[in-house]
Design a protein around this ligand. Structure first.
Ligand code: IVH
Length: 479
């Protein structure tokens, strides 16, 4: 990329990220996922590293977004609210362990792991056991007073089991079923739907009208107790959690004590598998050193505690660029447009192609060659293009036309009335023959061991087969 091109791209990226920050932090109604935003930000960081003289002080890489909307009173927290450092791999987990081990040489470290609930961080101040005030995290020093909505959350006690004064924090979330029901109601009323449960929870807590919040089935789970006047002498985080519970505060429902890193890794993989079946969304694991004495010895950096880390699940969305659109021909002759992407890491693997389904989908999403797009890969599902970021366009993008002749055999293609797919009309089309043979030997069909895509292509190339029956007359000599 030339410097001139980089300059244009950098400006587009900054504009898109600023727009995202405003929608997310101020309006509570972002439509682009955080993962896609992170991906845009990563590209911006890389370009600024490559062309450092293009860095400007107002670039979103140079500061964090403002998080106070001014809609509610801003109140100081009793203790400053830090954030967590993120990791994404076992290698980074081991690095973290090596770092913290140096701070407590020779000591064994055990961990308390909790699901990282994907909601909104809220801090509550109780005085003599009575709910006084609930604040958002805000900028960490002061938060917005959202007591009016948080008070309506059914599982939060307004009076604790003991008349203590304390500051507790946790996550407010909307269970997945309630989220779906809420969006159905929004749709029926002709109102905007929420992008995800976290957005819905954040939007609900920052409602002006507590009655709206009261009918939305929010829940809160607690994971931190800072200032308190309790006589208890706590030695471990596990005991802290038990104390929260004794006071009547609901605690993170998915948690496990882990004696070492292997146990942590095992719990992480187990949760990642279960993730889709849980009643609420989680985005990783929070790993906490269990001993409070060790926590003290490890201390804090300017932004994050050293004794806790967020081990996040790989992002299922990322942004990239459509470099070209190719057309594949399947075994039934169906023409499928496929986006050829600038390779990008998503869900833990590198993706360079994504299906575009059919021409209607391309038109509906208005995807053009050269577009910056958001792609998604959830679990084992084939990667797909979710949307194109049209404000990132430069005017150089090309509109794609589905070919009216087969790109493999040149025969006529036809799109039947009422169908979304266009098909090659030539039954002897090489792609149709090879794809149907590959399907025939595949696990879903005849499951012929040792006969895979490569061998089928070779057998076709040497004219040794042309239909499934030919496979059974092959001899050892042929192979
Ligand atoms: S402990 C220093 N435990 O994740 C902050 N956080 O990425 C201590 N979160 O701001 C937080 N589940 O909103 C903790 N079990 C859990 C959590 C959790 C979700 C959120 C929390 C925090 C963010 C950091």
């Amino acid at each position: 990329m030339t410097k001139e091109e980089a300059k244009i791209r950098i400006e587009k990226l900054r504009t898109e990220i600023r727009k995202w920050n405003y929608e997310y932090f101020v309006l509570d109604n972002n439509t682009l996922s955080e993962a896609a935003r992170d991906s845009l930000k990563k590209e911006l960081v890389e370009l600024e590293e490559q062309f450092p003289d293009l860095i400007t002080p107002d670039s979103p890489t140079q500061r964090v977004g403002s998080v106070l909307s001014g809609r509610f009173a801003s109140v100081q927290h009793k203790t400053a609210k830090k954030s967590l450092a993120d990791i994404f791999s076992e290698a980074e987990l081991i690095d973290w362990q090596v770092r913290i081990q140096k701070l407590v040489p020779g000591q064994e470290i055990s961990y308390y792991c909790e699901a990282k609930l994907d909601g909104l961080n809220i801090t509550i101040w109780y005085e003599d056991g009575k709910f006084v005030r609930a604040l958002t995290r805000g900028n960490g020093v002061a938060g917005e007073d959202v007591s009016h909505t948080v008070r309506t959350i059914q599982n939060i006690p307004l009076i604790l089991n003991e008349a203590v004064t304390c500051e507790v924090s946790g996550e407010v979330l909307l269970p997945s079923l309630s989220f779906r029901a809420l969006n159905e109601r929004q749709r029926a009323l002709g109102l905007a739907e929420f992008a995800n449960p976290r957005n819905a929870a954040a939007g609900t807590v920052r409602q002006l009208d507590p009655a709206v919040a009261a009918e939305r089935d929010l829940a809160m789970y607690f994971y931190a107790l800072e200032e308190n006047n309790l006589p208890d002498r706590l030695e471990t985080y596990e005991q802290k959690v038990a104390l929260l519970k004794r006071l009547g505060l609901p605690i993170t429902p998915i948690a496990q004590k882990c004696a070492d890193l292997d146990a942590v890794q095992e719990f992480y993989l187990e949760l990642q598998k279960k993730r889709g079946d849980l009643p609420f969304e989680i985005d990783g694991l929070v790993i906490k050193v269990d001993s409070l004495e060790q926590q003290n010895a490890m201390g804090m950096t300017a932004k994050t505690p050293r004794f806790m880390i967020a081990y996040k699940f790989p992002a299922e969305q990322a942004s990239t660029v459509v470099q070209d659109i190719e057309v594949q021909v399947g075994r039934t002759g169906a023409l499928t447009p496929v986006a050829i992407l600038r390779p990008v890491s998503v869900s833990g693997s590198t993706v360079s192609r994504a299906t575009l389904h059919n021409e209607d989908e391309i038109a509906r999403k208005d995807i053009r060659i050269g577009d910056t797009v958001v792609i998604q890969k959830a679990g084992d599902v084939i990667p797909e293009v979710v949307e194109s970021l049209q404000e990132m366009r430069t005017g150089q993008e090309k509109i794609f036309q589905m070919p009216h002749t087969c790109p493999i055999c040149g025969a006529e293609t036809l799109r039947k009335e009422g169908e979304a797919v266009r098909r090659c009309q030539n039954k002897n089309c090489y792609s149709q023959v090879s794809e149907s043979l590959k399907h025939f030997v595949s696990r879903q069909a005849f499951d012929i061991d040792g006969l895979g895509d490569k061998l089928i292509d070779q057998l076709l190339e040497y004219d040794l087969i042309s239909n499934p029956a030919d496979i059974f007359t092959l001899t050892a000599g042929d192979l």
